[in-house]
Write a protein that binds this ligand. Sequence first.
Ligand code: OAD
Length: 367
Amino acid sequence: MGNEESTLMDENQTPVLEAPTVDALVKYIKEQNVKHVVVMVGAGISTSAGIPDFRSPDTGIYANLAFLDLEEPEDVFDIDFFRQNPKPFYALARELYPGRYRPTIAHSFVKLLHDKGMLLKHFTQNIDCLERQAGVPGEKIIEAHGSFATQRCIDCKVEYPDDKMKDFVAKSEVPHCLECNGLVKPDIVFFGEALPREFHLNSQLPASADLCIVMGTSLTVHPFAALPQRCSPGTPRLLINMQRVGGMGGRPDDVLLLGDIDEGVRKFARALGWEEELEAVWEETNPDPKDREAENAPPQTRDERLQDEVDRLTAEVDRTLGLSNAYEQRVRERLGELRANEPGQSSSSSSSEGLAHVFPHLAHKSR
Ligand code: OAD
């Protein structure tokens, strides 16, 4: 649907950009004094923080749940499935719970847009709260798929205390409502649930944007996936993502920066002349005081700076390569712990038997 919309609309349209390139986009931003940027993001902007996305073939959450033989990995985020069996969600929740990760350079880029008075709205599908952590004010953020910030009973809707929730998530156990004993769920939008009111109230905003930036999303989940199409014809749209998605590139004023997001963001910032400011804004999110001390240390020689950059890149490559294995290992460990805590479970049971308490519908199917 997205591709058709773009193609049909584009035929008679005169491009606003001189060319669909980053340089032409930067020229447009400066000359037109762009001040109403709408940003739309997904899990891809948080992967370099160490949080897996959903659909990447090896490192994505859904691929890593496939080893559990779930018929539909998306069931973990399905409200009907959760009612029957909330354990798989809580086995994962600890991994995804906010507070353990540092915002990425992409989050800081959005903060920088805000600091420059250019951010109209930031639409995110992410539940990690990293844009807030990067300093983007709450009123500028639409958390389209909710967040872990609050939680409530799925039956009586009474809110559940944050501190208790934290404890349950840390133990990967399922919390129950203090009023009616119903299941408690974070205010994350599951499949089968309505999006927050704020999303619908603001979903026409892209039409008044003078620039749209889409980063780190496969644009597969609606209604979020339709947001870029709501930008007016002639409003430049920039996609920073590993691959082309959602018909982006189908309009004459679409600019594609395909590849790694951190690299793409840095490249765009460099072209804008914002590189140093961006790194400074990102450094504010650095929780390690040692790094801050290093920042105030005497200037390094060129060779020292080069060596540091090589070390940093090497560490980044190592970490990225290790992500898939480490993530799978952590999920396995957590499920193993859950299994060990179940009455009557022995550590020697086979993996499908051992997971039967977590995924009982699978156990029935395999018999
Ligand atoms: P996906 O996992 O579907 O898409 C992430 C996109 O980011 C993919 O196109 C990746 O190739 C890209 N990507 C990941 N890391 C990248 C990197 N370092 N550099 C460049 N590109 C990178 O995630 P979302 O689109 O956010 O919903 O998924 C949408 C929704 O589906 C989620 O909000 C969640 C899920 O089911 C619910 O849970 C309701």
